[in-house]
Write a protein that binds this ligand. Structure first.
Ligand SMILES: Nc1nc2c(ncn2[C@@H]2O[C@H](COP(=O)(O)OP(=O)(O)OP(=O)(O)O)[C@@H](O)[C@H]2O)c(=O)[nH]1
Ligand SMILES: [Mg+2]
Length: 573
């Protein structure tokens, strides 16, 4: 379903038109009804002739309530642009049009209201006037429908025009993770907290857990309503009321955001495009009390112009925005920038990077996924998805990496392997990225923790020291003259064992195990070190480390001066 917002100067008949179209009075507050003036956003649903149901957001036209208007149009798909035929184009007609353009809105219908109060000539003049003002904007060529709310004149034509516009709006993506900009929060009796907003991405279901930004609390969706009707699930492009448990209605309000847990990048610094309004009377620099409107949020921001130091009226460039609190943003989100000192709309644009890595002096932000990857070298695919808002297939392992960067890493690993010598490279020496690239190095074989060039022979097979250890048995020679890396690798492989600086061949330990069994038969109550020394036909120098090793590995168990076969001895297994 589509969400359309009204726009236009104060008193031009927006709310009256919404009521004429839907039967619903969007002015909800007593003060609004008493003053005949919209202060805050109003909402209504409209059944179009085609059967499509859309949501209407009614915004205030008065300049004093512009911030409410901005909160209402941050997430809409199209505009019902209202101009009074009696009044013609006015300052907020102009400002609303600029704001909608800056927000990237592409679809609109123009209603020329109060035609019951003008004659045909005046009507035509008013129509020409409007067409001239919208020239070059997204409203150029939009249908202009004359309407008179009191008589109902033109209402059905307007409905048909809205129908046609809605049909041309591409459906929003529901394959993404949900984000709901909150525009209202309240606590109806007995229902806990209810928030309303426009769901721009993803879908929601009863039972979902959602994170509240700011604050980080997790709330559960107890109920969902679309246009006052309960529903189990709701998709992007809808106005929605969400009944939440786990959060008090005082803790949430306009400008807050509900998001899926742990999948959004919440940021306090973004790079964005900025188009400065041509009508602005001065350039944009970092000086100024700026306020950014993002979704339903209104935030004071610091602005740094990237590249040039200032942007002239009518120019487009890039800026870095520093936010006072973190927001869950993705590239493509639109914003409007105002200056509160002069109370003027400065411009607006599109978020390009939600986690800039380059210093402001070097940053050249674009929407390109390639740039995000190149600036970072190696990126985890899930992080990239979070900061880009797009699903990305990993290039290697869980990483996305530019081809030439990957090639460099492959070469780096190749070189390390070449340098490692015949034993191969200990994989523990590689970092995460190099390890991911290892699979792509050609002709490499990986055995246990070592990587080496594929068909190189195993230099440790038939090692002479191992043969010497085996022959010497219980009086083994030391590792003198043997390469230390080879000794370590032989121990790691288990071909050789070490205890207190003495090395034994694995085959010697096997023999010792058999002899321990024989000793146990001879001495059922346990054998002494001296008895073991004699049975192994060796000296104390060797029997102590040997027994130490056997104790440590559970082949023997020591009890005071006596030893018995341990829990790892074949007799006990
Ligand atoms: N005669 C006539 N009066 C109209 C028509 N549309 C609106 N009005 C009157 O114009 C006045 C303003 O209408 P609203 O609908 O409140 O105007 P609005 O654009 O919503 O104003 P804000 O929300 O304050 O910006 C009201 O007194 C309406 O009755 C129309 O088509 N014909
Ligand atoms: Mg109104």
């Amino acid at each position: 379903m589509t969400v359309i917002a009204t726009a236009g100067h104060v008193d031009h008949g927006k709310s009256t038109l919404v009521r004429a179209l839907t039967g619903i009075d969007p002015d909800r507050w007593d003060e609004e009804k008493a003053r005949g003036l919209t202060i805050d956003l109003g909402f209504a649903s409209l059944d179009l002739p085609s059967g499509t149901e859309i949501s209407l957001v009614d915004v205030p036209g008065h300049i004093r309530f512009l911030r409410n208007m901005l909160a209402g149009v941050g997430a809409v798909d199209g505009s019902l642009f209202v101009v009074s035929a009696t009044d013609g184009w006015k300052p907020q007609s102009e400002e609303h049009l600029r704001i909608l353009s800056l927000l990237g809105i592409r679809h609109g219908v123009i209603a020329l209201t109060k035609v019951d109060q003008v004659d045909e000539d005046l009507f035509e003049l008013a129509q020409l006037d409007v067409e001239e003002h919208v020239e070059g904007s997204f409203l150029e060529g939009a249908p202009v429908i004359g309407v008179a709310a009191p008589t109902g004149l033109g209402i059905s034509d307007l409905c048909a025009a809205i129908d046609e516009m809605v049909a041309a709006i591409p459906p929003p993506s529901i394959q993404t993770t949900p984000r709901l900009w909150v525009d209202r929060a309240f606590a109806p009796a007995g229902a806990g907290t209810v928030v309303t907003g426009t769901l721009v991405r993803g879908s929601l279901a009863v039972g979902d857990h959602l994170q509240v930004n700011p604050g980080g609390q997790v709330a559960r969706v107890r109920g969902l309503q679309r246009h006052n009707k309960p529903t189990e699930t709701i998709e992007a492009g809808n106005r929605v009321a969400v009944n939440l448990t786990g959060i008090d209605h005082h803790q949430i309000g306009r400008g807050h955001v509900l998001i899926a847990e742990d999948v959004w990048h919440e940021t306090t610094m973004v790079d964005a495009s900025l188009t400065v309004l041509a009508q602005l009377g001065h350039p944009v620099s970092r000086r100024g009390a700026y306020v950014a409107y993002l979704g339903s949020a209104e935030l004071p921001v610091k602005v740094r112009v990237l590249g040039e130091s200032v942007l002239q009226p009518g120019e487009s460039g890039a800026v870095r925005l520093y936010l006072p609190r973190s927001l869950p943003l993705v590239p493509g989100d639109r914003y409007v920038l105002r200056e509160s000192g002069r109370d003027e709309t400065v411009g607006g644009g599109e978020i390009l990077d939600v986690d800039p890595v380059l210093p402001a002096s070097k940053a050249k932000p674009t929407r390109s996924l390639d740039r995000l990857v190149r600036e970072r070298g190696w990126v985890h695919a899930d992080y990239l998805a979070r900061i880009s808002g797009e699903m990305v297939e990993p290039t290697v392992g869980t990483w996305v990496v530019a081809p030439e960067v990957l090639q460099l890493t492959i070469e780096e690993v190749q070189e390390k392997i070449n340098e490692a010598g015949p034993l191969g490279l200990d994989i523990a020496e590689l970092d995460d990225r190099q390890r991911a690239a290892l699979d792509l190095v050609e002709n490499v074989s990986i055995a246990a923790t070592r990587a080496k060039i594929g068909d190189a022979p195993d230099p440790l097979a038939d090692h002479p020291w191992v043969a010497a250890l085996d022959t010497a048995g219980f009086q083994p020679p030391g590792p003198d003259g043997v390469d230390r890396a080879e000794v370590r690798e032989l121990v790691r492989r288990g071909t050789v064992v070490e205890q207190d600086g003495v090395y034994f061949a694995a085959s010697t330990i096997e023999r010792a195990t058999t002899i321990v069994g024989e000793l146990a038969t001879e001495h059922p109550d346990g054998f002494t070190v001296a008895q073991a020394r004699d049975a192994f036909a060796t000296t104390r120098k060797y029997v102590l480390p040997l027994l130490g090793y056997l104790d440590r590995t559970g082949i023997t168990q020591r009890n005071g001066d006596f030893r018995m076969p341990g829990r790892r001895h074949p007799l006990n297994r």
